[in-house]
Design a binder for this molecule. Structure first.
Ligand SMILES: [Ca+2]
Length: 262
């Protein structure tokens, strides 16, 4: 094999391997992304009525289908109209995990009815810089007839909503979903636990932070190209060996060794 041919094979094989490594890196390099899932229609209606004073409540189950891998973090937004916020008990369930989003906001040992405000237009997050939504009036007082807005920590008190107070331990927060597969059924459950006032779910949203699964086709392409490049390189080296029995090379060797004096 002449020098120009070997150089050509070397350049081609290196080029193929570089391309393969590029595909591999593209397929495997995965940064966390945020994917949003919004639910604001309910069987053709713009809202889902929450039965008043009925612990049976109402559920809204949605199926999430995504290429995201295990959950890193999750926030939930709620749009709920209500006439007495302290009546409401809300949790989110996925697989065997659930997070208590609201549990009778404002209910304390001194105030068994909770807050009398009118609904929620809030985002719930485990962000440590946010305040516990159970005691939101320690921070803000919504205007009469206006919903609570802003970002808050979920209630987290996995306790009987008929007896819960602010003193309860907050053990059921959104971090419980960390590590779970986001695919599958998610259920938002809402109950109005005390008679008086109308309420309804007008919409809810989940923002899931996770790393996308690698694109299988990209990884396979990368592995195939890298392998092909290595094979080309290996084959080229075999052909360039002086003792591989190839007639041309053997002739070269014979010529170089036989050219001197005997
Ligand atoms: Ca009520």
């Amino acid at each position: 094999m002449n020098t120009e041919r070997r150089r050509h094979l070397f350049v081609v094989s290196v080029g193929i391997r570089i391309l393969g490594v590029f595909f591999l890196i593209t397929g495997l390099a995965r940064a966390a992304v945020v994917e949003s899932f919004s639910f604001d229609t309910f069987g053709g209606s713009g809202s889902l009525v929450i039965p008043d004073g009925n612990p049976v409540g109402v559920s809204d189950t949605r199926t999430v289908s995504t290429s995201l891998g295990p959950i890193i973090s999750l926030t939930v937004s709620l749009e709920i109209s209500a006439q007495y916020n302290g009546d409401l008990y809300v949790y989110l369930q996925h697989e065997d995990t659930w997070a208590v989003l609201l549990n009778r906001p404002g209910r304390t040992g001194a105030n068994p009815f909770g807050y009398a405000d009118s609904g929620f237009s809030v985002t719930l997050t485990d962000d440590s810089l946010r305040q516990d939504i159970h005691l939101y009036r320690d921070s803000v007082s919504p205007a009469p007839g206006a919903p609570l807005t802003g970002a808050w920590q979920p209630d987290g008190r996995a306790l009987d909503p008929d007896s819960v107070t602010d003193a309860g331990a907050r053990t059921s927060t959104l971090s419980g979903f960390t590590g779970l597969d986001p695919n599958g059924a998610w259920t938002l459950f809402v109950a109005d636990m005390s008679s008086g006032g109308a309420s309804a779910i007008n919409g809810w949203n989940m923002e899931i932070t996770a790393v996308p699964e690698p694109a299988a086709a990209t990884v396979v392409c990368g592995v195939a190209l890298s392998g092909f490049g290595l094979w080309r390189f290996w084959r080229g080296r075999r052909r360039s060996r002086p003792d591989n029995g190839m007639p041309g090379v053997a002739a070269d060797r014979r010529q170089s060794h036989g050219g001197g004096p005997s």
